[in-house]
Design a protein around this ligand. Structure first.
Ligand code: GDP
Ligand code: MG
Length: 163
């Protein structure tokens, strides 16, 4: 029985880049503009011999307005409902933002298991962000670079219990 992995997180952390890498296809739109992924996209995902359904989410769409939190919850709730495990992606280069903290505290209360992914971790620029991400209370981060394909073995290890 294939399992389902949903990728969540605020805009621009590299969710779609990770999706594309795991899907091995350019199905999700990657862009520097926050909120470019308008819909969920799913594909057959593969990494290190594991096969699963991978789901990309928009994260948060459009502008940061009053409806942000409600929107985030609604969208993420629906995606999480269908998932066996969530990859909660943060940007190790930017570090943890208030939105990441907010999102994390909400995820800690949920039922879906969460793997914390510290993306953009190539080189040394991500080190402070990786350390900072331990504060989120979601366990040890898996540092990786979706763009450069680094850290995939650790991601496989983190996903194994759900396979
Ligand atoms: P999303 O909004 O979370 O889906 O983020 P995207 O996948 O659209 O990526 C946002 C930006 O981050 C793009 O410019 C990507 O090229 C860049 N990006 C994604 N992954 C990495 C990474 O591993 N390292 C670096 N340095 N940049 C990345
Ligand atoms: Mg995206």
């Amino acid at each position: 029985m294939p399992f389902t992995v949903v990728i969540i997180g605020r805009p621009n952390v590299g969710k779609s880049t990770l999706f594309n890498r795991l899907a091995g296809k350019r199905l999700a739109l990657v862009d520097d503009t926050p909120g470019v992924t308008r819909d969920w996209r799913s594909a057959d995902g593969h990494v290190g011999g594991l096969s699963f359904t991978i789901v990309d989410t928009a994260g948060l769409e459009d502008v940061f307005d009053d409806s942000l939190e409600a929107r985030m919850r609604r969208q993420t709730e629906q995606a999480l409902e269908r998932a066996d495990v969530a990859l909660f992606v943060i940007d190790a280069r930017t570090g943890i933002t208030p939105l990441d903290r907010h999102f994390a505290s909400w995820l800690r209360k949920g039922r879906t298991p969460v793997i914390l992914v510290a993306n953009k971790a190539e080189g040394k620029a991500g080190l402070p962000g990786i350390l900072e991400s331990f504060e989120l209370g979601l366990g040890d981060p898996v540092p990786l670079s979706a763009e450069h394909g680094e850290g995939m073995a650790d991601l496989v290890e983190a996903l194994l219990p759900f396979a």
